[in-house]
Design a binder for this molecule. Structure first.
Ligand code: HEM
Length: 449
């Protein structure tokens, strides 16, 4: 094994990365977003600056992953596309997703979740997740139940929006949470806002990782609630599939479920962002409507709308930092990465690389429908053996949601960030400040009159 160590950033370059890249990303809230921080980041364009900083640093250290000069921690950053593939393909060994900071953050609400598990129990928990979420199938086995839930809730939302003429983010989010509770627990949980609130309280603690003690009482009540739900699972819900699934030793089903509630948040955010882009990009909206109007799959298979969600996640990844920790020393052509070394893949650096990516700052869902960019790390759901097991379910529900929203209504941005199809899209999208104006779809209204 070579004895050379990997290139190490100077103290100044380490400080640039910490202050210009990590700090704004963490300030926005790694577990639950802080709207004020997202607003500030958008105003100061900090995400665009972060990508520029990484680009300049990478130019100075072109070889191999880069070690940061930190006093208390071994930390590397992966800057070459091929090295991203290596890290993601060789997960969870030797690149474990159960990194120290992730374990600290998730200890607030799911300390035995697959994402922070290692060894044989990880294999058991991952298998359970894949089985319940139908990871390998674009259309989940419960689609016949889930898609009508989406349609019902979105119809309800749009009736109210058409009456008031507006659709603010907050109202979309309330409807989205109703969908999530019905999908995860069943219809009886539709209006159980307490459950969502309890989860958000725990996740807020997660934002502070080891800096804040776990709210033990809330966690105990939350876990009790999840266990009750699993014991009396409503048929047609994910909870029922989980309750009925065969489980290996150490599966801890009640610890696997909170990740779903947690992770449906970014799915809602990506949907509303995609909707905002569609409302401002007439060509993309026309393509979306062609797909919706011609759909014969009952909104199960909507490739263009799925690609719209993927494209919103490329432009504004909801997991911008993919984190790993080495379980042993790892040899690279440029030197050795030590054991217990944190590894960071900063996705926006690759997602917005206009040197390699056609239209890196444009909304081009088509890129997800061809093989053109195969091999380039576009990794909103990560990749390799630890890839998000909920990806297909997310794309099913979010594309069906978009179909319900754009099919019958015209939308435009009434308040908040204006997105111009003629200009590069911004580095940050502040969905919290957006209110859409809603009117019945003009072509339909004209045809009916
Ligand atoms: C837009 C929505 C979502 C995005 C962008 C997303 C993305 C991700 C990413 C990047 C990871 C980390 C993988 C890694 O460290 O390499 C992950 C893990 C995971 N996601 Fe998602 N996710 C989303 C929604 C969901 C939903 C709704 C579910 C469940 C219903 C889910 C279930 C999981 C699970 C169980 C893991 C842990 C996988 C493991 O450790 O093996 N995700 N997701």
């Amino acid at each position: 094994m070579p004895t050379t160590t990997l290139p190490t950033a100077t103290t100044l370059d380490t400080a640039r990365l910490l202050l210009g890249v990590l700090l704004p990303t963490i300030a926005k809230g790694p577990i639950v977003r802080r709207p004020w921080a997202v607003r500030l980041t958008a105003r100061l364009d900090l995400d665009t600056r972060a990508v520029d900083i990484v680009r300049r640093v990478h130019a100075r250290y072109p070889e191999g992953p880069l070690m940061l000069k930190l006093p208390v921690r071994k930390q590397a950053m992966v800057l070459a596309p091929g090295d991203v593939d290596t890290v993601l393909a060789q997960s969870p060994e030797p690149f474990s997703p159960a990194s120290s900071e992730k374990r600290a953050a998730l200890s607030h609400f799911q300390p035995a979740n697959v994402l922070v598990s290692r060894g044989p129990v990880r294999t058991v928990r991952r298998a359970l997740q894949e089985q319940v979420l139908d990871t390998a199938h674009p259309v989940h086995r419960l689609a016949d139940r889930f898609v009508p839930v989406v349609e019902e809730e979105m119809q309800h939302l749009m009736c109210a929006a058409a009456r008031s003429g507006t659709l603010p983010w907050g109202e979309f989010l309330d409807a989205w949470y109703r969908v999530v509770r019905r999908v995860v627990f069943g219809d009886h949980a539709r209006d159980d806002k307490d459950l969502t609130a309890m989860m958000i309280r725990l996740r807020k603690g997660g934002n502070w990782a080891f800096l804040r003690p776990v709210r033990k009482d809330t966690r105990r009540r939350f876990l009790q609630r999840v266990n009750e739900e699993l014991a009396n699972a409503e048929p047609g819900s994910l909870a029922a599939v989980l309750a009925a699934a065969p489980k290996g030793d150490g599966a801890e089903p009640a610890e696997q479920l909170p990740q779903w509630l947690f992770a449906f948040d970014p799915a809602g955010m990506a949907t509303f962002r995609a909707l905002t882009v569609l409302a401002t990009h007439p060509q993309a909206m026309a393509a979306a409507r062609r797909e919706v109007d011609g759909d014969t799959s009952g909104r199960r298979v909507l490739p263009y709308l799925r690609a719209c969600v993927l494209e919103a996640l490329r432009l504004w990844p909801t997991t911008p930092m993919i984190l790993r920790q080495t379980t042993r020393p790892v040899e690279w052509p440029a030197g050795v990465m030590p054991a217990d070394c944190g590894v960071l893949v900063y996705a926006p650096y690759f997602h917005r690389d206009d040197r390699h990516l056609r239209g890196a700052h444009d909304f081009s869902p088509e890129r997800w429908l061809t093989d053109e960019e195969d091999g380039w790390p576009l990794v909103p759901f990560s990749d390799g053996p630890v890839v998000c097991p909920g990806k297909q379910l997310v794309l099913l529900l979010t594309s069906a949601t978009l179909a319900s929203l754009v099919g019958g209504h015209d939308l435009r941005v009434a308040e908040g960030q204006a997105l111009d199809p003629e200009r590069p899209l911004p580095g940050t999208m502040d969905n919290y400040s957006v209110t859409l104006a809603v009117a019945p779809r003009a072509e339909r209204a004209a045809a009916a009159s």
